[in-house]
Design a protein around this ligand. Structure first.
Ligand code: ACO
Length: 325
């Protein structure tokens, strides 16, 4: 009998400190940085984001989201036999957030590792967990996207600091006799490393180079709209489905204009687009599982719905996972 993988539980967590555009605009004005609610909403669709307190780590956010996902799946932490955490903002250089999360969940023994593909991290992680389940290497995987992107922001750069937020989302992916994950399609092109990066690194007890995010927004925008369409089409072709079969589109939540353009290219009505970027900002690897969990808990995404998840981000990386929820 063919072995498939299926999402059996979702969870998410946002740190309680919610900053509206008005609050952020006032904070930035105090630093001499000029921006406005109108500019941010018109160019990005973002109205608010959450920032973690200074002593809260990526694994703290991941833990809350994971507990909710495990609970929703009707499992105990001890049932989990694989942990993958997609993140670019780990607690420490090493060990991985996945290992720290495993310990915080009170379990030991199962493989646990991080996936670093920036904003595409969650679709990369889900695709790897799917392959490991299909191969028999795992049966009950915890796949998490968690970020404290606020730590990487240059609050003197208005072109980037208004875009990002912190948060975590998680799913439990279990072996199943019926298909959940239908197809996936992953890509990267390293020649674009420079358009979106945090170039700093640790050496000899010091951070060498800038530890803050730098982005050529226009170049990222242009690449994103192209690859999100091609990844969706490639994934549909692998699953032998068409755009008309998609019930919900959950793209990486970076910019509402990119998301609308993707829905339009796929000829999907905007009612099928899940949007959380307005309330969360861009939470990088956490954005897709956060949006999925909100869509499940609000009753939009129901059992049996066909859902297209799409990630795009630094690397340059991009990819899609098509699934039956
Ligand atoms: N407030 C007010 N004005 C601003 C701000 C701001 N926060 N930021 C930029 N501006 C100004 C610029 O200085 C520029 O002024 P000028 O014309 O006098 O030079 C003007 O607004 C227009 O700037 P653009 O960069 O052309 O604005 P654009 O419409 O391209 O929007 C944005 C910028 C929002 C960054 C957009 O390019 C974008 O969303 N890019 C994609 C980002 C993305 O999707 N990232 C996903 C991956 S993230 C990851 O992997 C971590």
């Amino acid at each position: 009998m063919t072995r498939y993988s299926r999402i059996t539980g979702t969870g998410s967590f946002l740190p309680p400190n919610r900053l509206t555009n008005a609050q952020l605009v006032a904070d930035l004005a105090a630093r001499g940085v000029e921006t406005s609610d109108e500019w941010i909403v018109e160019r990005t669709g973002i109205s608010a984001r959450h920032f973690a307190a200074p002593d809260v780590t990526c694994s703290d956010l991941a833990l809350e989201a994971s507990r909710r996902a495990i609970d929703a799946a009707g499992l105990q932490a001890a049932d989990i036999d694989l942990i993958i955490v997609a993140t670019s903002t780990p607690d420490m250089v090493f060990p991985s957030v996945a290992c720290i999360l495993q310990h915080k969940l009170g379990i030991a023994g199962c493989p646990a590792f991080d996936m670093q593909a920036v904003c595409s991290g969650f679709v990369y992680a889900l695709s790897v967990a799917d392959a490991m389940i299909k191969s028999g290497a795992a049966s009950k995987a915890l796949v998490v996207g968690a970020e404290v992107f606020s730590r990487l922001l240059d609050f003197s750069d208005r072109t980037t600091c208004v875009l990002f937020g912190d948060g975590a989302g998680a799913v439990v992916l279990e072996a199943s006799q019926t298909p959940g994950i239908l197809a996936s399609d992953l890509h990267a092109d390293g020649k674009y490393v420079g358009i979106l990066c945090v170039p700093g690194h640790v050496s000899g007890g010091q951070v060498i180079g800038s530890p803050l995010l730098t982005m050529d927004g226009k170049a990222v925008f242009k690449l994103a709209v192209g690859v999100l369409e091609s990844a969706a089409r490639a994934t549909l072709a692998k699953a032998e489905l068409t755009e008309a079969d998609i019930d919900w589109l959950i793209p990486h939540q970076a910019n509402l204009r990119i998301m609308h353009s993707t829905a339009k290219k796929l000829k999907l009505p905007l009612e099928k687009l899940i949007v959380t970027v307005d309330q969360h900002g861009n939470t990088s690897a956490a954005s897709i599982p956060l949006a999925l969990d909100e869509a499940v808990r609000s009753g939009k995404v129901k059992k049996g719905d066909v859902v297209m998840l799409e990630g795009v981000g630094g690397g340059f990386t991009w990819g899609a996972v098509l699934l039956k929820y």
